[in-house]
Write a protein that binds this ligand. Structure first.
Ligand SMILES: NC(=O)c1ccc[n+]([C@@H]2O[C@H](COP(=O)([O-])OP(=O)(O)OC[C@H]3O[C@@H](n4cnc5c(N)ncnc54)[C@H](OP(=O)(O)O)[C@@H]3O)[C@@H](O)[C@H]2O)c1
Length: 286
């Protein structure tokens, strides 16, 4: 997306789709490019002026660009920024509205981060964990140069979604319900990068076993409004049930990775937006 005008255009296009598909006429667009730190900050500023409550936040956006190393305008590897870091910063900047909603309206808001079953097969290599800054190392072109590292990048970006939700559950009060999920294998625009044989294989898989996007979205809706807060809080949901995360994520190594990337994210976001240190101090218990 090149600029705000493009974002506004896309948002309005989706509004028409929502209205035509559901008959609902009160949706309002707000432009957001998760691959641009300044857009995330601007969104939060706009939200603080226009949203009087925020009961459910769904971080759904993602891209898959496994063929090419593509840096964002901010210089970060695109899947890492759009799928993992951008949504994390977005959640943190919206915490003041979410917390205020919980307090003023006596509700238990949900923060829904859409992950994937792919998260369960990911890990962070010991070389990246040994780096002074793991996220910067993961993002660097030099690190992504081996096919194996980059082929697993989407999976890793989705694993960071799970780690984010686990950290939010650890640090936020009990009346805030962070949850992550897999929507299942769906026909969507996510595999638009695929060409030739790979595209044919995906097409075959989609024809044989994929949900429609609408069917996949029901998994997201369940996490947003279904089930019991206690069961969903901090959970990874698959087929509408909380399921165990991978052995690697539960291992000492996985826990270290979760802690290290969390600290690095908070440090990074604090440098990008001066509201972050105050939000962390006020809303996230140490
Ligand atoms: N499809 C599957 O089989 C599958 C399986 C497991 C998990 N998931 C997860 O499901 C979620 C939805 O993906 P999908 O399958 O519906 O893919 P999709 O059709 O490609 O939709 C991705 C969405 O992300 C938005 N997006 C992309 N880049 C963005 C950016 N920089 N800033 C803001 N929004 C951006 C896109 O907006 P524009 O259209 O405006 O670009 C689009 O609405 C993702 O988190 C994905 O990882 C999908």
């Amino acid at each position: 997306m090149s600029d705000l005008a493009d974002l506004d255009y896309c948002a309005n296009m989706y509004l028409v789709e929502i209205e035509e598909g559901t008959g609902y006429k009160n949706a309002e667009p707000m432009a957001l490019d998760l691959g641009k730190w300044s857009s995330i900050s601007e969104f939060a500023t706009q939200a603080s002026k226009t949203l009087d409550r925020l009961d459910i936040l769904v971080e759904n956006a993602a891209v898959a660009t496994p063929g090419n190393y593509v840096p964002t305008e901010d210089g970060w590897e695109t899947m890492l920024q759009v799928n993992s870091l951008g949504p994390a910063m977005h959640v943190l900047l919206l915490l003041p509205i979410i917390m205020n909603t919980a307090k003023v309206h006596s509700v238990d808001p949900r923060i829904v981060v859409v992950s994937s079953g792919a998260a369960l097969s990911a890990n962070i290599g010991s070389d990246a964990m040994a780096a002074p800054n793991t996220l910067e190392m993961l993002s660097s072109k030099a690190y992504c140069k081996t096919e194996e590292v980059f082929a697993n990048r989407y999976h890793l970006s989705k694993m960071l979604n799970v780690m984010l939700v686990r950290k939010l559950a650890e640090h936020l009060p009990q009346n805030i319900v962070p949850v992550t999920l897999s929507p299942g294998f769906c026909v969507s625009g996510l595999r638009r990068w695929a060409v030739g044989e790979v595209a044919e294989q995906f097409k075959k898989m989609e024809d044989e076993s994929a949900y429609t996007s609408e069917e996949g979205s029901r998994h997201i809706i369940y996490s947003a409004i279904g089930g019991k807060d206690k069961e969903l809080r901090g959970a990874f949901m698959s087929y509408l049930e909380p399921v165990e995360i991978s052995a690697w994520m539960l291992s000492d190594e996985g826990k270290k990775a979760e802690d290290k990337t969390w600290v690095e994210m908070i440090e990074l976001f604090g440098k990008l937006d001066d509201r972050i240190p105050g939000i962390v101090a006020q809303y996230l218990k140490a």
